[in-house]
Every structure is written in C-alpha cells, then in structure tokens.
Design a protein around this ligand. Structure first.
Ligand code: GLN
Length: 485
C-alpha cells in the first residue's frame, strides 16, 4: 500500500471495512517519514512509539464499533501545540528541550477521537515567518522543488501533506500561516473564525489573531478534522459559544445562486500573470457551478501589512516576555547576575526575526508611542473589518488569490523582511477581521508549482467555505496533483 495515494475520507472507510488496520496504516506512514523526511525536514519530532500505541487503541475501538471519523487517522501537528510528555519546541532554541506537562485542547480532542499523532511538524520560530526559514531546526523544503520554500509558518504541516507523510495536519494562522503554505504546496488549508477553535495550550504569538485549523488533501477531508477540533472551550476566554454544524453534511456539489464577490483591490497589476489566469479560470468554474460573481471593493486593503506589523509584534512582545530563563525553556550558562541571565538567555535563545518583532512590539507599546502607533493600528483594524462586513451585505463569499507569487527559492527573501512580509498581502486582513478563510489549489505556474486561491466567508460560516471548496474540487483535479518523490 502506498500511503501517499490515500485521502482521509477513503481511509475512514478502509479502516471500517477492515481492509487495513490502524497499525498497518501508522507503520506505512512512519516508514515513509523515515524515508522522505530527511530531505524535506517537515517533522521536528517523530513519535513512533506514541503513534503505535495510539494506533493499537484505535484498532481496539474500531473492533468494538465505537470509532469516530478520526479514529486511526495518522496526522501531524504543528510544533506549537503543547503535547503532554512530548517535546514541543515552537521551532525555537528557547523551547528546544521543553516537555509540556499538559495537553492543548486541540490535541486532546484529536487524541480523544482516536487520531494517531505521528509527530510534531516544523515551523517558523514562534510562528513568525512566511517561508519556514526562521526555524531553529532548519528550513523545510517544498516537496515540489526542494530548492524552494514551502511557505510558512506552518510549512512543515503543509510539506508533510504534500509529500504524503500524513493524511491531515494541524496548522495555525496569525496572518496567513495556514493558507499561504497551503497555496505554495498545493493543498487545502482552512483558517477558522477567530474563537472557533480553542487556543488553550497553543503557544501564543499574537493572541488576538492566532487561530488553529486543518490542513488536508481536500475540503472534504478538512471538514472531518475541523469537526473534531472546533467548539467552545471554557479554558479559552475568547472561544465562541456557538454550536458546531455537521460539516460533512453541509458539503454540496453545486453553488446555485451563491453570490461571490471579487475584491478589486486583490488584483494588483504586479500579480503573477499565471495567478491572474488561474483565478479567471476558477471564476468561470464557479459560474458553471451556478454561482453569481460580482465585483466588490475593500477600500482599506492596503493598510493590512502596516496595521498587522504593529499589532502582531505588540502582542508578541508581551507574550514572549515569559521566556526569561527562569520558569521554563532555555537558560544561558553560568549567569553572573539577574540582568546577565535575562540578557544572555534571550540573546542566545531567540533568533533574529523573533528579536526584530520583540523590539518593534516593545517600541509601539512604549509610553509616548502607544497612541501614535498601537491605538491608531487598532482603529485601522476596525476599518478593515468594517470593509468586510459591508461587502458581506451583498455577497456570500469573497474570492481572492492566496499569495502574490508561487513558491520562491530558499534564501530569496530571508534578508529582506519587508519583501517577506508582503507574502501575506492577501491573507492578513482576514485575521485582522477575525473571519474564516480557506486556500485551495487552482492551477500551476509555468514550472508546475502550485497556485492557490482564497475564499473568505462571514464570521462562523466555515461550512460555506468548505462547501464552495468541495464544489470546486468536485469539478477540478488540481487538489489531486502530487509531487514526484
Ligand atoms: N507571515 C506572518 C508573520 O510572519 C504570519 C505568520 C502566521 O500566520 N503565524 O507574522
């Protein structure tokens, strides 16, 4: 059996029909990881023992007939979800030996449902980056071309899927980190509404923006994973009290009378022509499926990057203050006094991008600058959110490119932070407004590299995103393309 050819939904029925056992499946994936991961670097930690134990329990459950849709499904989890007794590094030297004493809500739900966690996936340090090159554990390679980046910060979760090393993965998205790597590796990635999935036990980057979500081979597969992880959690004060619909039942192959808005600001003149063409073809497919396409305007779009790069670093500087060498994480050798302990621990434990964000964030929060930068950014954030609420008075969904380019070569932007930040031009506003967004494959460039498109929906309308993505995937085969490995 070649595990890279399976989808989650196919595997569910194979497990139930006993055509395969959870144990055989786990071994097939673990062996493939052993063979391919050294070249791709998608996993920081592979938990063979834990996976085999979970697979055995899954087989017992399947045998007893009390399996859930996730029972026995091999998955990867971004390495910023605390997993009890399993190292959780956040891609940083600071936490390179951190073994959490507790479990995040997302991983607890997955484990309780019987999912088999194969390991923890690589990521940009503290989820800061768009290329996976800021990881202390080395860059992740794009399975479509190992000379290129897979996107970030959930690049390990994206590359693991594209390389067929798991049936689904979990990522997090603060400004695009699920959708952008999904687009650059040819997979499906969903960022839910802020508050839809619990942040408890997720190592914080920017708390008002961070959100966990599924990455998968199709919208249908992503629906199964979202079903498992979504829902209110008393341990996260920003978690939304709202029922979770049955996502698998809300997937329709048609889009009759669905109104899709095309925001004019998301089609800049310098957009890669192949991306422009792929989007135009996708629009025609949506029309053929019955949708009505209309132009809309989101006038504050161009303030996305400056607004985000005040708010996110401000929150990061506060969240990362806890890594002081005293309570947990890395501590420098032989400090001479307290100041030396703080200074050297943080100097040695954090990488350049993290330090840049801490300095920027501390600056915009400092007295005298708070009103000029931070408070102003919060006001602009409201204007950005209002643009979307206005647009959703006349349309059900928005369709945009996910990224301005396809996967770029390793090293291309790492010394130019602003060029790197612009990779998230089309995804960041969605986080600032707290909305759900999905990226799905919709074409390739001249070199065969994947192109993704983004659909955005109103608050808590994940089912509309999944349904539209599913309809598109019923009519196209882009999501079935796989790199040769
Ligand atoms: N690339 C953006 C950043 O560097 C977004 C990261 C993310 O979504 N975690 O902040």
């Amino acid at each position: 059996m070649d595990p890279s050819q399976l989808t989650l939904v196919q595997t569910q029925s194979m497990l139930r029909a006993r055509q395969i056992s959870a144990r055989e499946l786990a071994i097939a994936f673990l062996d493939r990881i052993d063979r391919i991961n050294p070249d791709i670097n998608a996993f920081i930690t592979v938990d063979r023992e834990g996976a085999l134990r979970a697979a055995q329990q899954a087989d017992e459950r399947l045998h007893q007939g009390n399996a859930t849709p996730m029972t026995g499904i091999p998955i990867g989890v971004k390495d910023l979800f605390c997993t009890e007794n399993l190292r959780t590094t956040c891609g940083s030297k600071m936490l390179s030996r951190f073994i959490p004493p507790y479990e995040s809500t997302v991983t607890r739900k997955l484990k309780e449902a019987g999912a088999v966690i194969l390991g923890k996936t690589n990521m940009d340090e503290f989820a800061m980056g768009s290329s996976n090159e800021t990881s202390w554990f080395g860059p992740v390679k794009n399975p479509w071309d190992p000379q290129r980046i897979p996107g970030g910060s959930s690049g390990g979760s994206a590359a693991a899927l594209a390389a067929g090393l798991a049936l689904a993965t979990i990522g997090t998205d603060t400004g695009g980190s699920i959708r952008q790597p999904a687009a650059l590796t040819g997979i499906t990635g969903l960022k839910p509404t802020y508050g839809r999935v619990s942040r408890y036990g997720m190592i914080a980057f920017a708390s008002s923006l961070d959100q966990a979500g599924p990455m998968a081979r199709s919208a249908e597969d992503a629906a199964v994973v979202l079903q498992c992880i979504a829902g209110h959690d008393a341990q996260d004060s920003t978690s939304i009290r709202a029922d979770v619909p049955d996502y698998a039942k809300t997937l329709y192959p048609r889009m009759d009378a669905i109104r899709i808005g095309i925001p004019t600001e998301y089609r800049p003149d310098n957009l890669l022509p192949e991306i422009q063409q792929a989007l135009e073809k996708a629009e025609q497919i949506f029309r053929d499926l019955g949708a009505v396409l209309v132009p809309v305007s989101l006038p504050h779009t161009r303030y996305a990057i400056p607004t985000y790069y005040i708010i996110a670093p401000a929150e990061a500087s506060s969240n990362l203050a806890r890594y002081d060498g005293i309570r947990f994480g890395y501590r420098c050798q032989d400090p001479v006094d307290l100041k030396d302990l703080y200074t050297r621990t943080r100097t040695e434990g954090f990488g350049d991008e993290v330090k840049r964000r801490i300095m920027l964030g501390t600056y915009v929060l400092s007295s005298g600058y708070y009103d000029a930068y931070y408070r102003k950014a919060q006001k602009v954030r409201r204007l950005i959110a209002n643009d979307f609420h206005e647009a959703f008075k006349s349309v059900d969904l928005l369709l945009t490119p996910t990224t301005p380019t396809t996967a770029f070569p390793l090293g291309d932007k790492i010394d130019d932070p602003v060029a790197m930040y612009l990779s998230d031009l089309f995804t960041i506003n969605v986080n600032l407004a707290g909305l759900p967004g999905i990226s799905i494959p919709c074409g390739t460039d001249a070199q065969g590299l994947p192109i993704g498109m983004q659909l955005i929906a109103p608050i808590l309308k994940e089912e509309n995103l999944l349904s539209a993505a599913h309809a598109f995937q019923t009519a196209t085969t882009w999501h079935q393309r796989k790199p040769e490995l």
